[in-house]
Design a protein around this ligand. Structure first.
Ligand code: TXA
Ligand code: MG
Length: 346
C-alpha cells in the first residue's frame, strides 16, 4: 500500500477533507494531536478498529481511547458520570486529559478490550478536532507507532513505523506536548491517575479536591498494572538506558565514571546540565519541563539511529511535566536505575 502524506501547512482543507472521507469509509488515518500522533479509525466500526490492532501489532486486551470533538458526546459513550468527573472534563477539555468512565453498551468490545469502562478524550489540536468533526465519527486512536516503539511526535516518525501499512498520514508539524495524555479513572470518589501526562496531579487536585496516583505506577510495585497498556514494555530503544538519580553533582560524577566514548555511550539530559558533560556525546532535551517532554520521543528514536549502545539519562525532578517524563524514561529503561551517592555507584 502506498502511504500518502498531506501537510496541513500547504493544503489544510484537502487534508481535513481526505482524512474525514477515509475515516468514514472505515480506513485508518494517522493525524496530529497536541500530545502525539494518533492512528484513527471509526470507533463504532469493529472492522475498522480491528485494522488498528493488526497494523500496530497491538495486543487485543489493550483498550483504545475514543476521541470526540465536542464534550457533550461523552454521554453517548459513558454513563454514571459524577459531578467531579464533569468538572474535570470541563476544566481540561479540549486537552491532554483522558477520562476513564463506565461504558455504554454501544461502544464495541474491541475498543475497550472487553472492559466495562471506556477511555474518552477531546483533543486540543485544531487539526484533530476538524478531522473528527468533519468525519462525523467518534474516533478510536492509539499512538501511531508500532507497539513497543516510542510514540510519534512528528509525521516522519509515523512514516518510519507505518509507511506502506496505512493509506494516509496528515502532517501537522511537531506535537506541542510530546507525551501522551494523562489517563485518569473518574469512576470513584477520588480521581486516580493511571498514566501521567500533560495534565499534572496538581492541576487535577485543584479541580477535584483530591487525586491519587495508581499504586501500579511505582517502580517494582508488583501489583496489577494501572491500565492494560502499562503492563507492556513500551518506548524501548535497542540501546540499554540507565536512569541515574540523585543530587546533580553526584549524578554527573557517577555518569562520568561509567561513560566510555569508545563503547558508543551517550548521555541524555536537560539543557541546564549539558555543561556537566563537556566533550561527551550529549543529547540535549531542552528545558526540564515543556521542551523535555516535547523532545523526549524524538531523542529516544535518535539513540538507535546514532547506533548508540548505552545511554545514561540524567534524571529530572518529578514535578510538573517531570512526572510524565520520568514515567516514560523508566519504561524505556526497563526500570534500570542507578542511585548516585557522593560519586559512588550505588
Ligand atoms: O495522548 C494520547 O492519549 C494519545 C493520542 C493519540 O490521543 N493516545 C494514546 O493512546 O496514547 P494509546 O492507545 O497509545 O494509550 C492509551 C492508554 C493505554 O495505556 C490503555 O491501556 C489505556 O490508555 N486505556 C484505554 N482504555 C482504558 C480503560 N478503559 N481503562 C484503563 N485504561 C485504559
Ligand atoms: Mg501508545
Amino acid at each position: 500500500m502506498k502511504t500518502k502524506i498531506i501537510s496541513t501547512n500547504k493544503e489544510y482543507g484537502q487534508a481535513i477533507c481526505e482524512a474525514a472521507k477515509r475515516l468514514r469509509a472505515g480506513e485508518l488515518v494517522a493525524f496530529p494531536t497536541e500530545t502525539v500522533y494518533g492512528l484513527g479509525a471509526d470507533a463504532m466500526s469493529e472492522a475498522a478498529v480491528l485494522k488498528i490492532f493488526s497494523v500496530k501489532g497491538r495486543p487485543a486486551d489493550n483498550p483504545l481511547i475514543v476521541h470526540i470533538w465536542e464534550p457533550g458526546q461523552v454521554r453517548r459513550l459513558a454513563c454514571d458520570i459524577s459531578p467531579m468527573a464533569l468538572r474535570l472534563m470541563a476544566a481540561f477539555w479540549p486537552g491532554p486529559f483522558t477520562a476513564v468512565l463506565k461504558k455504554q453498551s454501544i461502544v464495541p468490545d474491541i475498543v475497550t478490550g472487553g472492559l466495562d469502562s471506556v477511555a474518552v478524550r477531546m483533543p486540543a489540536n485544531p487539526v484533530s478536532i476538524d478531522i473528527i468533526r468533519e468525519s462525523g465519527c467518534m474516533i478510536a486512536a492509539p499512538s501511531a507507532n508500532l507497539s513497543g516503539r516510542p510514540s510519534p511526535t512528528r509525521a516522519i516518525h509515523v512514516l518510519e513505523d507505518l509507511g506502506g501499512k496505512i493509506p494516509l498520514i496528515i502532517d501537522g508539524g511537531p506535537s506541542a506536548v510530546g507525551v501522551e495524555s494523562t489517563v485518569c479513572d473518574l469512576r470513584g470518589e477520588v480521581p486516580v491517575i493511571l498514566r501521567p501526562g500533560g495534565v499534572t496531579p496538581d492541576m487535577i487536585r485543584k479541580v477535584a479536591g483530591g487525586v491519587r496516583l495508581h499504586a501500579g505506577l511505582a517502580e517494582d510495585s508488583g501489583g496489577p498494572a494501572p491500565s492494560p497498556g502499562m503492563k507492556y514494555r513500551h518506548y524501548a530503544p535497542r540501546a540499554e538506558i540507565v536512569v541515574v538519580v540523585g543530587d546533580k553533582t553526584d549524578v554527573a560524577k557517577t555518569i562520568g565514571a561509567m561513560y566510555d566514548n569508545n563503547k558508543k555511550h551517550g548521555i541524555m539530559c536537560t539543557h541546564e546540565n549539558v555543561s556537566l558533560y563537556k566533550g561527551k556525546n550529549v543529547i540535549d532535551l531542552g528545558d526540564g519541563s515543556g521542551e523535555g517532554a516535547q523532545n523526549l520521543y524524538a531523542a529516544l528514536r535518535k539513540i538507535d539511529e546514532a547506533g548508540l549502545r548505552k545511554v545514561f539519562f540524567h534524571a529530572v525532578d518529578e514535578d510538573g511535566m517531570g512526572l510524565a517524563i520520568m514515567n516514560r524514561i523508566m519504561k524505556a529503561a526497563g526500570h534500570n536505575v542507578t542511585v548516585a551517592k557522593e560519586g559512588k555507584i550505588g
